[in-house]
Design a binder for this molecule. Structure first.
Ligand code: ATP
Ligand code: MG
Length: 138
């Protein structure tokens, strides 16, 4: 069993896609172990995306992520990190496979509806960034 962090980004929440995303997770044996809605401050978004701080899109990305509420979730399942990334599709929706969340709903390379951790170490960091152990069901 593995855990990963999922975020439904402000474009996804704003367009009424919470249910659609959660439906796809549950249909694919990714169990929601924690869930909450948050509105990130600029400092919080910059801390979350610190690995991207030198990328040209960092300012725009952190501004977008603070532009409205996000739904953050801890997902659990066999090989959850990779399986959730497969469900999300490529970062650039134009390159995303048919049937993926980003192919079906993303409108922009930045406004791509969802986030998912990319490795066990980043999953641990990202889950801990938003949740304490009491907030994650056993
Ligand atoms: P995420 O980390 O959100 O799950 P990812 O791992 O597919 O997505 P990263 O390379 O980690 O993509 O980039 C993080 C986020 O930064 C992307 O999801 C997207 O919102 C934004 N982003 C990435 N590349 C670009 C770009 N070239 N221009 C604008 N925004 C970008
Ligand atoms: Mg990433």
């Amino acid at each position: 069993m593995e855990r990963t962090l999922s975020i439904i980004k402000p474009d996804g929440v704003g367009r009424g896609l919470i249910g659609e995303v959660v439906k796809r997770l549950e249909a694919n044996d990714l169990t929601v172990k924690a869930m909450k809605m948050i509105r990130m401050s600029t400092t919080q978004a910059q801390g979350f995306y610190a690995v991207h701080k030198d990328r040209p899109f960092f300012g725009s990305l952190t501004e977008f992520m603070t532009s409205g509420p996000c739904v953050v979730m801890v997902l659990e399942g066999e090989n959850a990190i990779e399986r959730y990334r497969t469900l999300m599709g490529a970062t650039n929706f134009k390159e995303a496979a048919e049937g993926t969340i980003r192919k079906d709903f993303a409108t922009d390379i930045e406004k791509n509806v969802v986030h998912g951790s990319d490795a066990p170490e980043t999953a641990r960091f990202e889950i801990g960034y938003f949740f304490n152990s009491l907030e994650i069901v056993a």
